[in-house]
Design a protein around this ligand. Structure first.
Ligand code: ADP
Ligand code: MG
Length: 478
């Protein structure tokens, strides 16, 4: 049984023994030094596992000068030793080969004089390595998130403002990063599209965690508009549910797509124009006839006026429909009924149909729901599909245009009795420049697919050779 643990006052010897064992087994290096008669620092103690490892134990170096023992010792470290002897507690880092140590020096003061200094060194190679790795990870994160070309943000699900916004995102909107922290997603979207953002936020609040991708028009600090695409995911940040989002500027891409869309539209309008000119010439001829008749008879004929007005109305309708379609695009998505859009398109395509000996038959389910859309773009899709259907029947026939509801989608269908599409060609539909027509562009379906995709919808095709094809557009109920 050892004294000191189980009662009884421990003896001095016990203390000495115990201290020696402790010091020898310290994981660190513990040492002491003092000035000798010549004013040089000499070691008085050097113990611990590190001391043993380097062969610097007390029995080997006691009484030896510091410089002699620590030959590699730099000037800086000698200054530290001096300073400690002046009464300062110091801490410094030093390296030995690949290994790094931290050392604390603390003076022992007796009667106002430093008589000795106690030092303790610990190896921190591993900690340094981890620090470096952490720093590297931080740099990697910085280049990934801070210096990247995409905008990145984090926002709590239940809070208005952002928690984090990277520099690129601030730049996209023309604000500083600090300014951005005071804003919320809603403030960065054109007013017409704020509803989409709000809908999304309420979905998130209700716990919907599915990733969301959509495009919107961002409002910059100077009032200009950028076209952006966002990809969002719900995660948690500091323990609270949060949304992390990635933003990409798609203004250029959109501009290029828009050019293709416009040129396809112009080509369609150009092709329809011949029929429309014809359509306008007929009522004009009859108007002229009536006017001549009235002129020669010089008397009032009520029924002539009636016909004249209705002919003028028809011209007006056709012309205005053309103008609406060709007008520069209104960017905002609005809630619209599809039936009036179809009716407008049918007016335009009717002469084209008559020239192909095609009848357009409509069947609309009563009160179909409205959709969120960019009206002119949807009209362009309908016009493409209707025109394709008409052109698929060189010998005439019927095109059935229908609107119905299927759950949360509105289905707009175009069914023809035309040539159909061979199965091996179905996959090529929507490829740019794929056309089987002499003066086709092969862009109509590509543009249509893209427009419908941007509306969150789909286009599907079923077809049988020599029997006909059905194109169905599905759009989410607005
Ligand atoms: P374009 O009408 O200028 O040829 P589209 O992209 O509109 O270009 O159509 C591409 C091709 O798809 C057409 O040339 C035709 O071969 C085929 N196609 C499209 N719609 C139909 C349809 N209703 N019936 C048969 N073939 C069709
Ligand atoms: Mg076409």
């Amino acid at each position: 049984m050892q004294a000191g643990i189980y009662g009884g006052k421990p003896s001095i010897d016990w203390y000495k023994d115990e201290l020696r064992r402790t010091v020898e087994n310290l994981h660190n290096h513990i040492f002491k030094y003092k000035r000798d008669e010549d004013g040089q620092f000499v070691f008085t103690l050097s113990e611990g596992k590190l001391a043993r490892e380097f062969g610097l134990t007390t029995d080997r170096i006691s009484g030896k000068r510091l410089q002699e023992v620590l030959q590699l010792c730099s000037e800086d470290i000698m200054t530290m030793y001096e300073k400690a002897y002046e009464g300062h507690v110091l801490e410094y880092e030093s390296a030995m080969g690949e290994r790094i140590f931290t050392t604390t020096l603390s003076p022992i003061v007796e009667q106002g004089r430093v008589v000795e200094v106690v030092g303790s060194s610990t190896e921190i190679t591993e900690r340094k390595r981890m620090e470096r790795e952490l720093q590297e990870a931080e740099e990697l994160y910085r280049s990934l998130v801070e210096d990247t070309l995409v905008g990145v943000y984090i926002a709590y699900v239940n809070e208005h403002s952002f928690v984090y916004v990277n520099p690129r995102m601030a730049e996209m909107f023309g604000y500083t990063q600090e300014d951005m922290m005071r804003l919320g997603a809603v403030d960065l979207v054109v007013p017409e599209e704020r509803e989409i953002v709000l809908k999304n936020q309420s979905r998130r609040c209700k716990g919907d965690r599915s990733p969301i991708r959509y495009q919107f028009h961002g409002l910059r600090s100077d009032g200009s508009i950028v076209h952006l695409e966002v990809l969002q995911k719900t995660t948690s940040y500091k323990g609270k549910p949060a949304v992390i989002g990635i933003l990409q500027d798609i203004t250029e891409r959109k501009r290029a797509e828009e050019m293709v869309r416009k040129s396809e539209l112009l080509s369609v309008i150009g092709q329809l124009a011949a029929g429309v000119a014809h359509e306008i010439r007929n009522p004009l001829t009859s108007l002229k006839g009536f006017l001549q008749l009235m002129y020669s008879q010089q008397q009032e004929k009520q029924q002539y006026f009636h016909i004249m007005v209705s002919e003028l109305n028809r011209i007006e309708k056709i012309i205005s429909e053309f103008l609406v379609l060709a007008k520069p695009q209104d960017i905002a998505f609005k809630e619209r009924d599809v039936v009036p859009m179809l009716e407008h398109i049918i007016v335009l395509a009717e002469t084209h149909a008559v020239m192909h000996n095609v009848r357009i038959v409509t069947r609309y389910e009563p009160d179909p729901p409205s959709v969120m859309c960019e009206e002119n773009q949807l009209k362009q899709v309908f016009l493409n599909l209707l025109k394709n259907a008409i052109e698929a029947m060189p010998n005439g026939g019927e095109v059935h245009v229908g609107v119905r509801r299927e759950g949360d989608t509105v289905v707009i269908s175009f069914r023809d009795q035309g040539c159909g599409i061979p199965e091996d060609r179905l996959a090529r539909l929507g490829e740019p420049f794929y056309t089987t027509k002499e003066n086709g562009t092969g862009l109509g379906l590509m543009v249509s697919y893209r427009i419908i995709h941007n509306h969150g919808g789909t286009i599907s095709v079923t077809s049988r050779e020599q029997q006909g094809s059905t194109f169905e557009v599905r759009l989410p109920v607005g």
